[in-house]
Design a protein. Structure first.
Length: 381
């Protein structure tokens, strides 16, 4: 089994007192909070809970090493908040974390929540690592407090389009997106790459990330007879969309998407519709089977959170360790001190060997394509 990294942090007493979010316990243990922000209510609560679980597992394993700061025992705790996938709630959560003095944040999940929250974190100097938001605009402002632990849409959208053209030899596609920053950004990259490869885009439609009825959109697309449909959006909409394609006699049409629909729950959301087998989707990073230490990590996750694994929890786990690793190297848990050390990260995580560009992107992001066999997600590369 992979050994959990061990560490001892050394920190001046005054800095420790300034950064703890609660008073010392009766045993003199100092508490340091690490925030998690994501949707744990609503249609994709299963994905948000998965990332929260990743943070919880990391914190449990870090605390099992009996960490100390400045010669005094410390304990890390999660400060978990629900942003409900709503940009306004996300900014409120971000401000709450700033005001509470948490030491760092793992979040947010979606591009539409991460982008506005990032500006709040930048203003208060609080580092955050998103493990799922893929829109390139997340890191475009160049905030020194924003980091991403996954490939962005430029990689994901292009990978799916190249597969459609080169492996499947498709000639035409229709595109639908959910009008979110994530869905639109992914769809735009897919479209540009597909057209460069000679695929004709015969229709481009949009819906919302709350919709469940797509019959009107799909009926219009049916008359265009595309070889495939790309959906820029979440599994909560992709599932019903797949069912409705079958109802319209379009069950053989290839279906493409990005990481947010590429979940273990997609088949269930599609009511185990046979055309889940027509899905090809892309995620950032390696498959869990090919991650360094991935199978051993998954066994630990399943033991603690049985039946809850989706997709992003190993990245949330690594993000938590990356934050603590930066504190260790900076010899401080003060965000004003250790944030600059995040940019110098060289950390061997479960998901990959992690290092960042000066924009906060991974230096070597990986992409994995998946399909579904008998309703189970399987890697293609």
């Amino acid at each position: 089994m992979r050994k959990t990294p061990s560490f001892v942090l050394h920190l001046g007493g005054a800095a420790v007192l300034a950064l703890t979010t609660s008073a010392a316990s009766a045993q003199g243990v100092q508490i340091i909070k690490i925030g998690h922000a994501g949707p744990v209510s609503g249609g994709i609560a299963h994905i948000g809970k998965d990332t929260e679980n990743g943070v919880r597992l990391a914190i449990d394993e870090i605390n099992a090493q009996n960490p100390s700061l400045g010669g005094k025992a410390v304990r890390f705790e999660i400060a978990a908040e629900d942003d409900a996938g709503d940009p306004r709630q996300a900014t409120a959560v971000a401000q709450k974390f700033c005001d509470a003095g948490v030491a760092g944040v793992v979040g947010h999940l979606q591009s539409g929540t991460t982008i506005p929250a990032a500006s709040i974190y930048n203003r208060c100097g609080l580092p955050h690592i998103t493990v799922a938001a893929t829109n390139p605009d997340v890191t475009k402002p160049g905030y020194k407090t924003t980091y991403r632990l996954i490939a962005n849409d430029n990689a994901l959208g292009a990978a799916v389009a190249l597969y459609a053209a080169d492996a499947l030899k498709l000639k035409s596609v229709a595109i639908i997106d959910d009008r979110t920053a994530y869905g639109q950004g992914l769809a735009n990259v897919f479209k540009a790459t597909a057209e460069q490869k000679g695929i004709k885009v015969v229709a481009q439609e949009f819906t919302t990330d709350k919709a469940t009825d797509f019959m009107s959109i799909l009926t219009g697309i049916k008359s265009k007879k595309p070889d495939g449909i790309f959906y820029g959006g979440l599994d909560a909409q992709a599932g019903p969309m797949l069912r409705q394609l079958v109802q319209l006699g379009m069950g053989e049409v290839k279906f493409f998407g990005g990481d947010a629909l590429c979940t273990e729950k997609l088949s269930e959301l599609a009511s185990k519709s046979a055309n889940v087998g027509q899905v090809t989707c892309a995620t950032g990073g390696a498959s869990i089977q090919k991650m360094q230490g991935g199978p051993e990590w998954k066994a630990r996750y399943d033991a603690k959170f049985p039946g809850q694994f989706q997709i992003y929890s190993p990245y949330a786990y690594d993000a938590t360790f990356v934050l603590v690793d930066a504190m260790k190297r900076a010899n401080s848990a003060d965000p004003k001190v250790y944030t600059s050390f995040l940019g110098k990260t060289q950390f061997k995580g479960v998901t990959a060997n992690i290092a960042f560009t000066d924009k906060g992107e991974l230096t070597h992001p990986a992409v994995t394509l998946y399909s579904y066999k008998d309703g189970v997600r399987v890697p293609l590369n």
